[in-house]
Design a protein around this ligand. Sequence first.
Ligand code: FNR
Length: 364
Amino acid sequence: PPLSSLINLEDFERAFETSGSQKAWAYTSGASNDLLTLEANKSYWQKLWFRPRVMKNVAKVNTKTKMMGCEVPMPVWICPMGIAKTAGPEGETALGAGAAASGIVHCVSTVASYPVEDILSSAPDNPFFFQLYVDKQRHKSEALLRKLEGLEQVKALMITCDLAVVSKREADERIRTQEVTSVYMTGAKSGIDKKGAGVARSTGSFIDSTFSWDDLAWVRKHTKLPIMLKGIQSVEDAKTALAMGCAGIVVSNHGGRALDSAPATILVLLELRRDCPEVFEKMEVFVDGGVRRGSDILKAFCLGAKGVGVGRPFQCAVSYGREGVEHAAGILQDELETAMRLCGVTSLEEVRGDMSFLNTAELD
Ligand code: FNR
């Protein structure tokens, strides 16, 4: 379908389902085991209702804010997603350029299909985040961190913590072809084995499952970038991240692609608010998983988040190149502004952490 006919983020997924190869769709849309967490992420956003205020002057709304020290027109980043070339030849360069054109941030994956320098130069004036998977061969991670030090556009390091081992993604395992691999894995073995043909499993075989809290000191020795931990799912771990001086956390379950039956990310945010509200004051708390509407971004702010990540719809948008990515971000911007106006809110700071704008009856 023509790009102009796509009017919400779900449309991008439906379009890619028919236009992409079966393998690319299985890799992109898939999640672990029974897809319980994948579905919960999305459906829990729909269990939160607004408590709108009316009769306010909402002619002007402002979605500007700051994330990890970056001034952003809208608090959204494109989640790190491996090998975006599976969705279209421009791959991550479309994500970078499309993000910049619409004023959001792209977080580059360790397992991107283009070298990080090429992705950054697709949007030379935009800030980026970089996602780190720690390698069993630690010297490789050290070299990567050294390289990032020299790349001025990279403003934060997002360390993924929720995938100590790659999980079972059955749709992806079943289709026995391998089309691409990441630049990170050049020369490494990638392909089909007795477990099946999972793209993620073969591209993620380098991930170090010994990586633990004590190793944060090692990361720090090799970078000055502020550190966000991606994949925090409990109060205990949020407290540890805070105690260890992390600048931020991303409440995430890898979009349901790690532990199946991990809780919907909204449930974790609510747990943090209830049991450890100071994490929101002392650290930047972010969330991803199932965010598909501008109104979800507003809900995240009411819960105290400083921004959200959106994954799959942007990967699917790569099939339309950078214009597709820009178009998808534009839809979110428009939906966010509309939701704010209809809630009687003119700036995001006004609602941050303010649960009086939400009705959580379905979750209590
Ligand atoms: C991912 N995700 C991911 N996360 C990460 O830290 N490093 C990575 O390389 C990848 N790769 C990846 C590939 C694809 C195709 C998807 C869909 C996801 C997880 C991603 O960053 C994010 O946490 C989720 O995608 C968010 O959920 P939604 O928005 O896709 O529902």
